[in-house]
Design a protein around this ligand. Sequence first.
Ligand code: SF4
Ligand code: SF4
Length: 183
Amino acid sequence: MAKKLKRYALVLDSKKCIDCKACVVACKAENEVPVGVYRNRINVERSGEYPKLRTSFDPEQCHHCDNPSCVRVCPTGASWQREDGIVLVNYDDCVGCKYCIIACPYDARFHHPETHTVDKCTFCVQRVDRGELPACVETCPSKVRVFGDLNDSRSPIHLLLATRRYRVMKPQTGNGPQLYYLL
Ligand code: SF4
Ligand code: SF4
């Protein structure tokens, strides 16, 4: 029987996030992301009224979509998707037209001020291919992030999604986002 392909994804337990931004710093260091731009971020939402105010934090980055609109609009093929679901930019072929920045419903891409290509989260593909976790996952002190192969029925990520309720952001886009937020 043919071996099932991997499908990498990220589960986030946002309620554990303390907005320390260790993941943002780790990503910057690992991927040499320049000052002023980011591959990941923490979305902060405030609700309620004084004195019952509530602040919640939702970490976000590229959702490595199943049906990525960024790949569809790229005129040069620079934006592409691996068989394991990771969406990448081939920087040699990127002409900096920014079509993909406009097409992404998650605001996950940015113009790299030094290379003048488009850039974004790669799930730290260089680490994943060595059998390591993405830098943000490894660094998070609150264990908010669980990365793994959805197609491996023994993986923690598979078990979490089989046993917990979750949501994805903007499912109506049809992009099939692969960042899963536990409820
Ligand atoms: Fe592309 Fe945006 Fe989806 Fe990432 S989140 S795969 S950049 S459409
Ligand atoms: Fe493709 Fe680069 Fe243009 Fe984006 S900026 S659409 S990745 S060529």
